[in-house]
Design a binder for this molecule. Structure first.
Ligand code: PGA
Length: 251
């Protein structure tokens, strides 16, 4: 199973800046990307085509969108469909990111609808789940992960798994805060996610990639990637500079 090294560029970078960063990244890692690594860049919408273009010849690289709407087309002002994303060169999409859940107010069910619809349309999905600090301190980690995963995967059948889906465990308190979860916290949460995936899908659940996200940096990436059941990382802040993200990719 290849490790999935994902960059979430959030609402940063113009299309031109994103293209330049993607091109630098390809130069920094093109000849050295190990066979067991795969990279996905998630830029903002107007940068999708330029980044896909910059990475066209970069083996092991793909492009994804940060959001999608679960319909093929229609009167959904401001939204974008899986087909439109694929038309820009996307093969991946993020669903359920904590900033969409907590800032935009997206529900577990909407994250699930986006996940199922995107997979049916032919995109691969990174479904993000994770607890807030209050939920963790109230001993509700298991309950939150179970609820978000059940709703997030509600419409995803076993035959689409594991190729089309990865799950990112991102504790909300570790995102953009510099507070990385410690190895025991990461391992415990990933074991739980693995058990939930196997309970849901049987043996195929053991082949679904589980990524860790939350303040991953060049300095801690190697240790995190080596942990049990950590099949990649989803990186925000430290993925914005080509030099920094290339060191994470190659960690
Ligand atoms: P961070 O963000 O690496 O800046 O903590 C991770 C994410 O939001 O996916």
């Amino acid at each position: 199973m290849k490790k999935l090294m994902a960059a979430n560029w959030k609402m940063y970078k113009t299309a031109g800046e994103a293209r330049t960063t993607a091109a630098s990244l390809a130069v920094l890692t093109a000849d050295t990307l190990p066979d067991d690594r795969e990279v996905v860049i998630f830029p903002q919408f107007t940068a999708l085509s330029p980044v896909a273009d910059a990475l066209r010849h970069a083996d092991g690289y793909s492009v994804g969108a940060q959001d999608v709407y679960p319909a093929a087309e229609g009167a959904y002002t401001g939204e974008i469909s899986p087909g439109m994303l694929m038309d820009c060169g996307c093969t991946w999409v993020l669903t359920g990111h904590s900033e969409r859940r907590h800032i935009i107010g997206e529900s577990d069910e909407l994250a699930g609808a986006k996940t199922a619809f995107s997979i049916k349309a032919g995109l691969n999905v990174v479904l993000c789940i994770g607890e807030t600090i209050d939920e963790r301190e109230a001993g509700r980690l298991g309950e939150v992960l179970e609820r978000q995963l059940a709703a997030g995967l509600a419409g995803v059948k076993g035959d689409a798994v594991p190729a089309a889906i990865a799950v990112a465990y991102e504790p909300v308190w570790a995102i953009g805060t510099g507070k990385v979860a410690g190895p025991p916290e990461i391992v415990a949460a990933h074991v739980l996610v693995r058990q939930l995936l196997v309970a849901r899908y049987g043996q195929v659940g053991s082949a679904v990639r589980i990524l860790y996200g939350g303040s991953v940096k060049p300095e801690n990436a190697r240790e995190i990637i080596a942990l049990d059941n950590v099949d990649g990382v989803l990186v925000g802040g430290a993925s914005l500079q080509a030099d920094s993200f290339s060191r994470i990719i190659l960690a």
